[in-house]
Design a binder for this molecule. Structure first.
Ligand SMILES: [Zn+2]
Length: 379
């Protein structure tokens, strides 16, 4: 059985649902923190649990290069390797192959690229991307796609979409044939093994593969992409190829134009967005899942998201500010530390600065979505 998606209530286009995966019941709409190399940068897993993060992302491209998916398989899968008992979503590796590799070579078969770490040559096909994601043991894997760059003319977006659709079919065929080769059932012992205990109630649920809608910024291509993917019958659908440099209004437009072509009874995921007000807006339009490096990356640069707007903690005016980072926030950082102290840590380039800033930003994002969920239920 694939994931279980139960819609509890709708308000306008927004939906409040519970998505049950092999490793967690995820309340949606949800924001998913990004854990690129099996780590949400600067935040240990027990703090993510304390923040009530139920699902985080891993990046297939990075984990394939280092430490390698076969090593992670031998360690019992990514959940056990990183001691993360809750749900994991992995991307297909496509986005990084395209964004980090100027020298890539795309053929019908797949993509040849060079490692950004040591320049070594590698090849990703839809089948290989599925093998890597199955070895990692993701709750949700993503179809291998070509992320169309922006701007792209119509012909280019058309060709790219056709490739992505053929790759989606190959991804699905391979994933369905091999998805039950689950690493956590093939290994015993080792630290982190307790991470499986919490999953006991979800036994019987299989890993899931989502299709990704592409088509550049063209309405008819987006529609065709969505319709063809829906024919293939995935348990969930993502809208990809956004946040690639297009103006914000266009992002919103493409999402609004694509959502009606995705089935209402399955989760819809917009990849790589956004600012706090954007994720609220997209949730109100009927998006169920979102992810973005913004809260974690901005935190490491001293940018805090608060109920009073964005705050640059490096600013001199905070040098003797005894107030919490965000007076409205009840996270473990805001309950305990002052703006003056966070500014000092940042100025002194202390590693703790990244930890505290990131914990607050993630708390703010997760709390924002909790409020959206409460709003759908309660008005
Ligand atoms: Zn806080």
């Amino acid at each position: 059985m694939s994931l279980d998606f139960k819609i509890l209530k709708t308000r306008g286009d927004a939906r409040r649902a519970t998505m049950t995966l092999p490793h967690a019941a995820v309340e949606t709409p949800v924001f998913m923190p990004v854990g690129t190399v099996a780590s949400v940068k600067a935040v240990p897993q027990h703090l993510l649990e304390e923040l009530d993060a139920r699902i985080i992302l891993g990046n297939t491209y990075h984990l394939y290069l280092r430490p390698g998916h076969e090593l992670i398989r031998r360690m019992g899968g990514l959940h056990r390797f990183m001691s993360w008992p809750r749900a994991l979503l992995t991307d297909s590796g496509g986005f990084q192959v395209f964004s980090l590799n100027a020298l890539r070579k795309v053929t019908e078969e797949g993509v040849e690229f060079r490692s950004h770490l040591d320049g070594s040559k590698h090849f990703f096909s839809p089948e290989h991307s599925m093998d890597v994601q199955i070895a990692l043991g993701s709750d949700i894997a993503m179809a291998f796609d070509e992320c169309t760059e922006y701007p792209a003319d119509y012909e280019r977006a058309r060709r790219s979409l056709d490739t992505t659709l053929r790759w989606a079919e190959r991804s699905k065929r391979h994933f369905d044939a091999h998805k039950n080769e689950r690493p956590w059932e093939q290994s015993v012992g080792g630290r982190g093994q307790g991470v499986e205990d919490q999953a006991a109630c979800f036994v019987g649920l299989t890993p899931n593969l989502f299709g990704i809608v592409q088509g550049g910024m063209y309405k008819d291509l987006r529609r065709e992409s969505a319709e063809r993917l829906v024919e293939m019958d995935f348990p969930g659908y993502a809208i990809g190829g956004l946040s690639v440099g297009e103006p914000r209004e266009l992002t919103r437009e493409v999402i609004a134009e694509t959502l009606p072509y995705l089935p209402a009874d399955k989760p819809r995921y917009v990849m790589g967005v956004g600012y706090p007000d954007e994720i609220v807006e997209y949730a109100s339009m009927g998006v169920d899942m979102m992810d973005c490096v913004l809260p974690t990356r901005a935190a490491r640069h001293g940018l805090l998201f608060t109920s009073e707007g964005r705050l640059n903690i490096k600013n001199k005016k905070f040098a003797e500010d005894q107030g919490p980072p965000d007076p409205e926030c009840s996270c473990m950082v805001c309950r305990r530390y002052t703006r003056a102290y966070l500014r000092h840590l940042m100025t002194a380039q202390e590693p703790l600065s990244a930890v505290l800033n990131t914990v607050h930003n993630l708390a703010f994002y997760l709390e924002t979505m909790a409020k959206v969920r409460a709003g759908i239920i309660g008005g």
